[in-house]
Design a protein around this ligand. Structure first.
Ligand code: GLY
Length: 351
């Protein structure tokens, strides 16, 4: 996989123009979704470097991350005369950067693409690290390839139109990056005021967060080992997200991850001696900002089943990434059913 340039931008016009000019291309395409077209495209649509771009638009929610939308993008590229030397700019959240990255990686065996993530979740996670793909057969990110964007351009200008829930959702992945990195980074995150946002300061926290992810992905681009650190909070989190979807409740990914962090930090205390004061501090921040995941113990079996079918497992056992302390990553940790139920008790205040 070729390297990826991540630009934390203070000047979108300049940074987009120079990223585009570094990729020699014949035709230029911009992929976006209906909401991003309305809220974020106006911030860049007047740039001369995008003047010749042909627009491709898809629906704006994760249920559009489908083969049908992918096929629509391929068709638009084909009808727009795209060649192997064309360039695709993905402007949007994780759905657009994942699907667009996959469309570009497969069209004529691969054309170059640039990611301009416009949500906090996509800035700190989805757009960086080369995971591309679509949902398929009822499963998230079932089909895809690892392939880096030529450049990822990150700017807090886009975040000003983001609602608070989506801001909090992305912030959960930043908390995860702090936890797997170092005490100072975590401390900074736990003391940032998420209710009155200082966007310049947020941009520098995002820069730090992205550099933590980049460091890990560089060492293990295809998730054979260390990259599993990025799964902290996600085994429990994905199960909670799946339960919510089954119950037709709306739960944003980052909220499920935040509650998953409560679960898996508790498991870290039990199994890896993670310090209890750090658990308390982090749990307090999460409960204050994300509230609680309402459930009762009748749902534990179902959650356990979701965890058993998590695609991160190998064989029959459920795989967790846990911590011995902040930054002390323990991948491939197994837990018994009793331990998992106890962890769910902790999440739902029964301990
Ligand atoms: N979202 C976790 C990863 O990129 O590996």
């Amino acid at each position: 996989m070729s390297g990826q340039e991540v630009i934390i931008s203070n000047n979108l016009a300049e940074d987009i123009a120079s990223a585009i000019s570094r990729q020699s291309h014949d035709r230029l395409f911009v992929l976006t979704d209906t909401t991003t077209l309305r809220l974020c495209w106006p911030l860049v649509s007047g740039l001369p470097c995008l003047g010749s771009a042909q627009m491709i638009t898809i629906g704006d929610t994760d249920d559009n991350k489908t083969l049908q939308s992918l096929s629509h993008v391929w068709e638009e590229l084909q009808q727009g005369g795209a060649t192997r030397h064309s360039l695709l700019v993905n402007l949007g959240g994780g759905m657009v950067t994942d699907l667009g990255g996959f469309a570009a990686s497969t069209f004529k065996r691969g054309i170059s693409f640039i990611n301009i993530p416009t949500t906090l979740l996509s800035q700190v996670d989805a757009s960086v690290g080369g995971k591309t793909g679509i949902n398929f057969g009822g499963l998230k990110n079932e089909i895809g390839v690892f392939n880096n964007a030529a450049s990822v351009i990150i700017s807090s200008d886009f975040l000003r139109s983001l609602d608070q829930k989506n801001l909090f959702s992305g912030y959960a992945e930043m908390l995860k990056h702090g936890l797997i990195s170092d005490e100072e980074s975590l401390d900074e995150l736990l003391h940032f005021d998420l209710n009155i946002v200082d966007y310049d300061r947020l941009n520098s926290l995002v820069a730090k967060s992205v550099s933590i992810k980049e460091r890990i992905v560089e060492e293990d681009p295809t998730e054979k080992g260390l990259r599993k650190a990025l799964n902290l909070g996600h085994t429990a989190g994905h199960a909670l997200e799946s339960l919510a979807i089954e119950q037709k409740r709306t739960v944003l990914h980052g909220y499920a991850v935040a509650w998953g962090l409560i679960c898996e930090l508790y498991l870290s205390v039990v199994k890896c001696n993670f310090p209890k004061d750090k658990l308390r501090q982090t749990v307090q921040f999460i409960r204050e900002h994300y509230g609680d995941f309402p459930m009762d113990c009748k749902q534990y079996e179902r959650l356990y089943e979701f965890m058993r079918h998590d695609k991160k497992n190998e064989g029959d056992s459920i795989n967790f990434t846990l911590l011995g302390s902040i930054g002390d990553i323990r991948i491939n940790q197994k837990a018994t059913k009793e331990e998992i139920f106890e962890m769910l008790d902790f999440l739902s205040f029964k301990l």
